[in-house]
Structure formats: structure tokens, C-alpha cells
Design a protein. Sequence first.
Length: 77
Amino acid sequence: MHEIYEWLNVEKSRYYKITVKNYESSNIIFDFCWGGCNSNRGGKMVVNTKEEAQEFITKMMKRRKSRGYKFITPLSN
């Protein structure tokens, strides 16, 4: 199962997206992508432990909210 967290700032035309992928009960893959909605600029970061992923998601929620990003409800698939 994947969990997806997304933030969008329409004014700045920027996005942030976190995908948490569980491959096995003890392993977790965490992808963090960001960039411009109308450009190829951006980046990606990968974290491999559940603790690091949860800490980063909590930090990003606070930071994106303080900078005017709209949080899109987490999706699971």
C-alpha cells in the first residue's frame, strides 16, 4: 500500500509530494519530490526508515502550512 501526501501553492506555481511505499513489513521507501508546476525544475530525496519518514512528514506539514501551501488529503492506493 502507498500513502501519498501532496501540497500545492497556486500563487507560486509550486508543488511538494511525498510517497510512502511499504515493500515488506520491515522496509519502507519514502520518495519526496518537489518542483514547479510549469517547469522541469525540482528534485527528489529518498529515505529508507519508517521513523525518518514520519519525522519528515510531520516537519513538512508544519512548514508547507506556514508558507501558504494547500494540503491535499493523503491518498492511499
